[in-house]
Design a protein around this ligand. Structure first.
Ligand code: NAD
Ligand code: APR
Length: 233
C-alpha cells in the first residue's frame, strides 16, 4: 500500500452531534424544525430578515454553550502531530474544531461566530445578536450585517484551496456527513480520481457510501479517536 502523506478530512454535522448540536437531516434535525427556504437562502433573508436573523441568533448563542467532543479532540491531535499535508474541511459553522485546537482548517459554509457587512464587505468575529441590526464596526452603517454563513444557492468558501489539496490527497476521510449537499458530497469522487484512498466514518451509510474504499459505522466520538490512533501508530 503506497505511503500516506497528504490527508484531507471532510466533516459534517455528525462530528458535532455528540456535543449536543442538532444535525440537519437526522430525526428531529434542523431541517425538520425549519424549512430551508424560510431560513437558509438569500431569498429568505430578503423576504423576512428578522426571521432569518432570529434563527441564526439562537444558533449562535446555543453553540457557545457547547464543548468539543472526543472526535474534535482526536482530529486536533492528528493535526498537531501529522508531519505531512493535512486539511480539515468542515461544512459545520460551529467553532468546535478550533476550540479543540485544530489549526489546518477551512469552514466552507462560513462560521456562526462571524458577521458579514453587505455594505463594506467586511467579515468580522461576532458573538452577539444581529436581530437588532447593529452598526457595522468597519463602516458604521447600521442594518447591513448578516450571518457569515453560506446559504443554499450561494457559493461555498475557498473551493480553489480545497480542490488544490484534494487533487494531491493520498487519503480522503469523510466524517459525520450525509452526503446530501454539493459540492462537499462530490469530494470523494474528486479524491478517487486523484488516486486517493477513501474512508467514511459515519453513524450510518451516507448517500455516497458506495464511493468509499472503506466505511465504518458508529459514533464519531468512538470511531475518530480509534482511527487517529491507527494513523499515529
Ligand atoms: P445543494 O443542491 O448543494 O444541496 C442539495 C441538498 O441540500 C438537498 O439534497 C437537500 O438536502 C438540501 N437542500 C437544498 N435546498 C433545499 C431546500 N430548499 N429544502 C430542503 N433541503 C434543501 O444546495 P445548494 O443550494 O446548491 O447549496 C449551495 C451551498 O450552500 C452548498 O454548499 C450548501 O451546503 C450550502 N448551504 C449551507 C447552509 C448552512 O446552513 N451553512 C445551508 C444550506 C446550504
Ligand atoms: N457520529 C457520526 N455520525 C453521525 C453522528 C455521530 N454521533 N450523528 C449523526 N451522524 C451522521 C448522520 O448519520 C448523518 O449522515 O451525520 C450525518 C449528518 O448529516 P446532515 O444532518 O445532513 O448534516 P451535513 O451532512 O453536515 O449537512 C451538509 O447541508 O444544510 C446544509 O450547509 C448545511 O453543512 C450542511 C450541509
Amino acid at each position: 500500500m503506497p505511503p500516506i502523506n497528504n490527508i484531507v478530512i471532510l466533516t459534517g454535522a455528525g462530528v458535532s452531534a455528540e456535543s449536543g448540536i442538532d444535525t440537519f437531516r437526522d430525526g428531529g434535525g434542523l431541517w425538520e424544525q425549519h424549512r430551508v427556504e424560510d431560513v437558509a437562502t438569500p431569498e429568505a433573508f430578503a423576504r423576512d430578515p428578522n426571521l432569518v436573523l432570529r434563527f441564526y441568533d439562537m444558533r449562535r448563542e446555543a453553540i457557545q454553550t457547547k464543548a468539543p467532543n472526543a472526535a474534535h479532540d482526536a482530529l486536533a491531535r492528528l493535526d498537531a502531530a501529522w508531519q505531512g499535508e493535512l486539511l480539515i474541511v468542515t461544512q459545520n459553522v460551529d467553532d468546535l474544531h478550533e476550540r479543540a485546537g485544530a489549526k489546518r482548517l477551512i469552514h466552507m459554509h462560513g462560521e456562526h461566530l462571524n458577521a458579514w457587512c453587505t455594505g463594506c464587505d467586511t467579515r468580522m468575529p461576532w458573538t452577539g445578536p444581529l436581530l437588532d441590526r447593529p452598526a457595522c464596526p468597519a463602516c458604521g452603517v447600521a442594518g447591513l450585517l448578516r450571518p457569515d454563513i453560506v446559504w443554499f444557492g450561494e457559493m461555498p468558501y475557498r473551493m480553489e484551496d480545497i480542490y488544490h489539496i484534494l487533487n494531491r490527497a493520498d487519503l480522503f476521510v469523510s466524517i459525520g456527513t450525509s452526503g446530501a449537499v454539493y459540492p462537499a458530497a462530490g469530494f470523494v469522487r474528486e479524491a478517487r480520481a486523484s488516486g486517493a484512498r477513501t474512508l467514511e466514518l459515519n453513524m450510518e451509510p451516507s448517500q455516497g457510501s458506495h464511493w468509499f474504499d472503506e466505511a465504518r459505522h458508529g459514533p464519531a466520538g468512538v470511531l475518530v479517536p480509534a482511527w487517529v490512533d491507527e494513523m499515529l501508530g
